[in-house]
Write a protein that binds this ligand. Structure first.
Ligand SMILES: Cc1cc2nc3c(=O)[nH]c(=O)nc-3n(C[C@H](O)[C@H](O)[C@H](O)COP(=O)(O)OP(=O)(O)OC[C@H]3O[C@@H](n4cnc5c(N)ncnc54)[C@H](O)[C@@H]3O)c2cc1C
Length: 473
């Protein structure tokens, strides 16, 4: 399939890019591994609006705000490939995907003149003792169940960690009539964030929204522990108790389920696998691609928009996608520079306001060091290969291991099916702390395609002129 612009990701960024690029005359293909468009925030919104409209009340007005965006997307001329998992992007514009439709897998290639990666965000893990026990999930997983299937958790459960999504999920579950037994907040720094407040004042609605969530939580009279300094989930076959410390006092809550969350970071494996330049963002505590204001990267072929380029939130992601779609049209000669400037002006302004607001939120919920570099040596950090924090610290100290890529060869950390998505940042923080260096100096895993599991049979089935090109273009 030939196209002008291939967009990977049908969240706010990818959808907005498709709308603006098609309106500017480009032929566009959008690929997404989910069965329906919407991304994380607007997951399953059209089905839920049609089948369970009451659930929109639980999920709140920001969720319902996705409906007009999806309507515009359906009206635009883009070709949409749902359930298409992209496992490689080449610098020649080839996008390799595997599509799972009606239990049949089919592989294919989109040949694009430009590629826009809009793969969004993922949750930063919160590796604490016991986090791998059955009954422990991420807050994102709980919210996915709520959005995808209208399911709220049963039994007695606790939310633990930090970030806006923790509070949002608490409020959504309260509205659904399933309030958590307690909320345990692990990182919160109002005084550190205060100097960044002026940037936030450009979006007064966001401040009010945050205060509104806190009000809902307070009104539900839930135990809300701020400043948790130790967290351990206990149980033999599954989570039974959560033990934690606040101000030197220990507490224990009986639980059936625990939902953990520690903010979101770019879902970066696809962008990283293209070898575009990345840098360490010390406020968001993650690596992000180096981009210009229109999402262009260090490769002429590859662009990145939305949370995949650094966390900017859903409205900011949509604005960035709109600008990136128009920039692709300008670069391919479909519109001229003056038209680009006038069409992109409003989205650029919106994006500037959202970017200015980020440092306040990033600082407010910046994870404390103990939660990103676990001190308990027995805490598992790589779930795929069952590597523990103590194994990494010991290896770095004993073998003078300089970084995560060398560590892979010693102990397979990051070499399981998730390709280091879950352990990557924790491994970097542990190595940096043990060596007395910064994460920027340590660097990240060298990510290589395929970034998603794909069989040799799938690769062999690809219709490419040279097999060598397909695997290693
Ligand atoms: C679990 C979770 C829940 C969230 N819930 C909320 C919320 O309720 N409210 C809120 O304000 N913010 C929420 N956020 C933050 C939110 O994701 C964003 O700010 C916003 O959705 C970002 O938009 P985006 O278009 O950049 O990415 P996303 O909306 O994340 O969209 C990215 C899309 O890319 C697709 N994708 C990723 N990799 C591939 C691949 N290899 N091949 C094919 N497709 C791929 C995904 O399926 C997804 O549909 C959540 C984040 C997470 C991680």
């Amino acid at each position: 399939m030939q196209t002008d612009l291939a967009i990977i990701g049908a969240g706010p960024a990818g959808l907005s890019a498709a709308i603006s690029a098609t309106a500017a005359g480009l032929k566009v293909v959008v690929l997404d591994e989910q069965p329906v468009p919407g991304g994380q925030i607007y997951r399953n919104i059209e089905t839920l609006a049609a089948t369970r409209p009451a659930h929109l009340q639980w999920l709140g007005p920001d969720y319902a705000a996705g409906l007009p965006l999806l309507r515009h997307f359906h009206e635009c001329a883009a070709t949409y490939l749902p359930m298409a998992q992209v496992w490689q992007v080449g610098h020649d514009g080839r996008v390799y995907y595997r599509r799972n439709v009606a239990n049949e897998g089919a592989v294919g290639i989109v040949h694009a003149r430009k590629v826009l990666i809009a793969t969004g965000a993922m949750e930063r893990p919160l590796p604490v003792p016991g986090w791998t026990l059955p009954g422990v999930m991420s807050c994102g997983a709980a919210q996915t169940l709520l959005k995808a299937s209208g399911l709220a958790p049963d039994g007695r459960f606790v939310l633990a960690g930090s970030g806006p999504l923790l509070l949002l999920l608490a409020a959504q579950l309260i509205r659904a009539g399933r309030p958590p037994a307690a909320i345990l907040e692990t990182s919160y720094d109002f005084w550190g964030a205060l100097p960044h407040l002026p940037g936030m004042l450009g979006l007064p609605g966001y401040l009010l929204k945050g205060l509104g969530l806190l009000r809902e939580i307070r009104a539900a009279a839930l135990p809300f522990y701020r400043g948790v300094t130790r967290l351990e989930i206990k149980g033999r076959e599954r989570a039974r108790e959560i033990e934690f410390e606040v101000d030197g006092r220990s507490f224990i809550e009986a639980v059936d389920l625990v939902f953990l969350h520690q903010g979101v970071v770019p879902n970066g494996n696809l962008a990283l696998s293209t070898d575009i330049r990345h840098h360490w963002d010390d406020l968001q505590k993650c690596f992000r691609p180096e981009l210009d204001a229109a999402g262009r990267s260090s490769s002429d072929m590859v662009r990145v928009a939305g949370d995949a380029g650094g966390i900017v939130g859903a409205v900011g992601a949509a604005a960035m996608g709109e600008v990136a779609g128009l920039a692709a049209a300008a670069d391919l000669g479909s519109i001229d520079a003056a038209e680009f400037e006038s069409r992109a002006a409003a989205a650029r302004q919106l994006l500037t306001r959202h970017r200015a607001a980020r440092p306040f939120l990033d600082r407010l919920y910046r994870p404390r060091q103990q939660w990103v570099a676990p001190t308990d040596p027995d805490t598992v950090i790589c779930r795929c290969e069952e590597i523990r924090a103590g194994d990494v610290r010991h290896l770095v100290a004993a073998q003078n291991c300089p970084g995560p890529n060398q560590m892979k060869s010693f102990m397979r950390c990051g070499m399981g099916p998730c390709q280091g998505r879950l352990c990557g940042l924790t491994a970097v923080e542990l190595i940096a702390e043990t060596r007395g260096q910064t994460p920027a100096e340590i660097g990240y895993y060298r990510i290589r395609a395929p970034i998603k599991p794909v069989t040799l049979g799938d690769m062999a089935a690809l219709d490419v002129p040279s097999r060598h090109d397909a695997v290693n273009p």
